[in-house]
Each structure stands twice: as C-alpha cells, then as structure tokens.
Design a protein around this ligand. Structure first.
Ligand code: PEP
Length: 249
C-alpha cells in the first residue's frame, strides 16, 4: 500500500522566517522515525529558500503558482521558479484563492498544466460551500471544478494530479466532514476520473481530505473513508498536533 500523503498548508503564517524554521525543524524532528507517511510542508513562498536549505525528510511545496514561465507579470511566481528552487508540490485552486482572488477554473487549469509541464505535483483543491451542500449541489460543483480544472490534459498527466476534497464549510470551522460524506465524494471523484484515464491507473489516483483535520479525527479519514491522505491548515502550524496527524498514518 502506498504511503499516506500529509500536506501542511501554512497559508499566510507565520510572521517571521525564524518562526517558520522553528516550526519546520520541530515537525522534522517528530517525523524522523515515521515511515508510513509522505509529509509536504507548503509555507508562504518567502520562506521556501530557508526551509529547503534545512534538508531533511520533509518535502516542500508552494501554495500557488503562475502559468507563464517569466515576463511582465508583477507579483507572480512561476512553476519553473518553484521547481528550480527545489519544490516538489504546489497547491492549486484553494477555496480561499477562488474566493478572495476570484480564481476561475480556467485559470486553475492553466496552473495545473504549467505545474505538470515543469514536473511539480499539483494538488487540486475542490469543494462546495454550505449553501451548495444544503441544496444538494455538491456533486454538480465538484464535477464542474474537476472537469474544467483538468481540461486539455492527456491521460498520463491526469494520473499525476492529487485531488484534495475540501468542503468550504469545514475549512477552519472546527466542523469537519464525516467519513461517510467524504467516502461518497471519494467514490464520485474516482468514477469521474475513471472515464478519463487508462483503467489500470485508477489505483494510482490520490485523493485527500481537508477541513478542520486534527490529531483526533484523522484516523477515521484513513480507515473509514479510505482517503489517501489529508490537507491540513491550522493544525499544521502546531508541531505536537501535526505529529499526531502524521502518526495516524
Ligand atoms: C485548508 O485551508 O486547506 C484547511 C484544510 O484548513 P483547516 O485545516 O484549518 O481547516
């Protein structure tokens, strides 16, 4: 069985490079002896260089990227730059970016294509809001986000994408989705992707859950919901709590 993938999304935290190094080192020390999980830390870009220089078992990713390689795109960071720096993963289409930065599925698709072209593993975030779930629109929303997010990609590229199901109502709310809801979504994603790739590759598709994940609830996501990993926000900045999540793998 492949290793669980545990991804830390630090969002716009912490405030200084020293703090980032301290948290990163603390996680690395606690994680040293675990072999059943692949752990990826996604800090703000400004801390990437210092964290990558620490060289340990932790992998490093970015929280966003731009689709063009270089040029007159003020404020953007390209997938080539991230790859050259040593990143291996990039989170794309997080709901906070979809909402605050008004990112569209079309832009997200361009970012996914650029990431794959430059050998970064994209973590495509998808998820419905409270109202959409209450109106039973969850699967319509997910289908649109997935179909448009992975448009124009060859079968062999689609299998490299990590899908992160992050219901918006569960992010940062303490109100995590239950394993039954999550498994339902996992099956839905698999069925949708199965139509687009070679059948033998289905078992290689990785699907994560994200939304108020903590040391107590993670185990159920692995055992009951059979998720391939988790995407962790708030708890990933607390090394003790994050270590419990890693241990659940
Ligand atoms: C996230 O923002 O990706 C996330 C899952 O946040 P939290 O764990 O804090 O709910």
């Amino acid at each position: 069985m492949s290793k669980k993938l545990i991804v830390a999304n630090w969002k716009c935290n912490p405030l200084t490079s020293n703090e980032a190094i301290k948290i990163f080192k603390s996680i690395a020390t606690k994680y040293k002896n675990y072999t059943k999980a692949e752990v990826v830390i996604c800090p703000p870009d400004i801390f990437l260089k210092n964290l990558l220089a620490l060289k340990n078992k932790l992998k490093v990713g970015a929280q966003n990227c731009f689709w063009e390689e270089k040029g007159a795109y003020t404020g953007e960071v390209s997938t080539v730059m991230l790859k050259n720096m040593g990143c291996q993963f990039v989170i794309i289409g997080h709901s906070e970016r979809r909402k605050i930065n008004k990112e569209t599925n079309e832009e997200i698709n361009k970012k996914i294509i650029a990431a794959l072209q430059n050998k970064l593993i994209p973590i495509l975030c998808i998820g419905e809001n409270r109202e959409e779930r209450d109106h039973e629109l969850t699967f319509d929303i997910l289908e649109k986000q997935i179909k448009e997010g992975i448009a124009n990609l060859e079968k062999t590229k689609i299998v490299k994408i990590v899908f992160a199901y992050e219901p918006i109502w569960s992010i940062g709310s303490g109100n995590s989705a239950n394993p039954k809801q999550i498994k339902e979504v996992k099956n839905f994603i698999i069925n949708l992707i199965a139509k687009k790739i070679v059948k033998e590759n289905i078992s290689n598709i990785k699907i994560l859950y994200g939304g108020s994940v903590n040391g107590e609830n993670t185990n159920a996501y692995f055992t009951e919901a059979e998720m391939n990993g988790v995407l962790v926000g708030g708890a990933s900045l607390k090394p003790e709590e994050f270590a419990k999540i890693i241990k659940s793998a």
